[in-house]
Design a protein around this ligand. Structure first.
Ligand code: AMP
Ligand code: MG
Length: 440
């Protein structure tokens, strides 16, 4: 699936993400203190998020096609949901005022109300109507008594004392009120949102157009799958992890393959990518020593900051703009790619896709089931596995923590986040985890 040069895209007119570069972006080399020349995770995240604003383009799609897409306009409830007061239980619709406070009350059963087939009469004094879940509350009745607590004898029902007026009713508009905002613009549609939209009888919604993301791997030693490795080569895995993460996000993907470490090849790749995509994601080639000619090229093509992040794994990263496209130049090591993608790129893409407000970072405090010493001044993301011992939740390490070790990434179900000031972890210490099911 190598990328072929595309005809000029029409989406320029729809607007592309805009990017304001901030001074924070270029602050990595300004301090005299070498320890301070590393940019903190939070500063880098904020600089990225602040510089981006959502796409302008949008389209109208059928409900099913809205899965994973972001609403561009509020979905307004055209009527109440539920549309009528109805029963939450199988039982009897009664008038609370008829009931004796101290003992059973006998009521005459005068009919049955089914879901979709209402009882058309009125419930008078001393009367009850058999009612099924979801059936409209008959006129006159104000309370539902569940069938499990009554005694039925022919056409009479004995209702025990102690019922509360209005119990077991679902009120019209209790889920969504007519004219109210059922789903606000900026909401990403998941299964619940599709159902909610359908519950309003709405067949189409306005969503932001998909984000176009071009991505490629760099490195003379990187080989694409499908041919044997030559000495010193490694197969490209970054393009596959990125493919997986970006596909889950619902982006339109432009897979540009592996680009060798040659200025002309890279320049052509960046030019093509910036013409075709809103966002360019690369891996490799941004570490000190490698980055020099890329740095120079990017200065010509756009505005890109090369950061040394206070993070492990994943220290080098580039961020900026090549022409109109936003660029994320991720490190080369396979786990560093995944860590920097999840900590910096994914929320940025969601913001470009129109998601507001962005969901808060999910972090849970659990007990460490491992020990570790750590350098201060950087945030470490360990690959962890959550475990439950009946009452408490703890986290163990998922295997070797090298920045190239994908097998432990695959074994892991969370990141353990060790903040800058953490020096060591002992078993039983409280640590924070980011479960993958919230990230992926
Ligand atoms: P770099 O940042 O380009 O120096 O790469 C750092 C390390 O990651 C090197 O060992 C590379 O071989 C490795 N690497 C870079 N890109 C990839 C890739 N696409 N797939 C697997 N390993 C990679
Ligand atoms: Mg490289």
């Amino acid at each position: 699936s190598r990328w072929r040069p595309a005809a000029r895209q029409t989406h320029d007119a729809e607007g592309r993400p805009s990017l304001r570069t901030t001074t924070a972006m270029n602050s990595s080399s300004t301090s005299a203190d070498p320890a301070r020349s590393f940019l903190s995770v939070d500063t880098a995240r904020a600089a990225i998020m602040d510089s981006l604003s959502p796409l302008c383009g949008w389209e109208k799609v059928a409900v099913r096609a809205a899965l994973g897409r972001v609403l561009r306009t509020d979905v307004i409830a055209p009527y109440n949901v539920p549309s009528h007061d109805n029963s939450a239980m199988d039982g009897y619709a009664i008038r609370a005022a008829d009931l004796d406070a101290g003992t059973d009350t006998a009521l005459a059963v005068v009919g049955t109300a089914y879901a979709g087939r209402p009882f058309s009469g009125i419930v008078g004094a001393g009367q009850a109507v058999r009612i099924m879940t979801g059936a409209s509350i008959p006129q006159g009745a104000d309370t539902i008594v569940v069938q499990e607590v009554v005694r039925r004898s022919d056409d009479r029902v004995f209702v025990p004392a102690g019922q509360k007026k209005g119990q077991n009713l679902r009120r019209a508009g209790e889920d969504l009120a007519e004219g109210g905002v059922a789903l606000a613009a900026g909401r990403r549609c998941g299964p619940a949102e599709l159902g909610l939209i359908a519950s309003l009888g709405i067949a189409e919604v306005d969503v932001y157009r998909p984000l176009r993301v071009a991505f490629f791997s760099t490195g003379d030693e990187i080989a694409s799958i499908g041919r044997p490795l030559c000495p010193g080569e490694v197969y490209d895995s970054n393009r596959y992890t990125l493919f997986g993460a970006l596909s889950r996000l619902g982006c339109d993907l432009i897979d540009m393959g592996v680009i060798p470490d040659r200025p002309d090849a890279l320049e052509a790749a960046f030019r093509d990518a910036s013409e075709a995509a809103d966002v360019i994601i690369t891996s490799g080639g941004v570490s000190v020593g490698e980055a020099d000619f890329i740095r120079e090229m990017m200065a010509r093509m756009g505005e890109v900051a090369f950061w040394k992040l206070a993070i492990k794994p994943g220290r080098p990263m580039a961020f900026g703009r090549i022409r109109n496209a936003v660029l994320f130049g991720l490190p080369g090591n396979p786990v560093a790619v995944m860590v920097t993608y999840f900590q910096f790129v994914q929320d940025a893409l969601l913001k470009l896709m129109g998601v507001t407000p962005l969901p808060p970072a999910q972090r849970f405090a659990v007990q460490a089931a491992f020990s570790l010493r750590k350098q201060p001044g950087r945030t470490e993301y360990l690959r962890g596995r959550l475990q439950h011992d009946g009452s408490a939740c703890s986290v163990a390490l998922a295997g070797a923590q090298g920045s190239g070790v994908l097998s432990s990434m695959s074994e892991a179900d969370c990141f353990v986040v060790l903040p800058d000031d953490c020096l060591s972890v002992q078993p039983g210490d409280t640590v924070y985890v980011q479960p993958f099911h919230g990230l992926l």
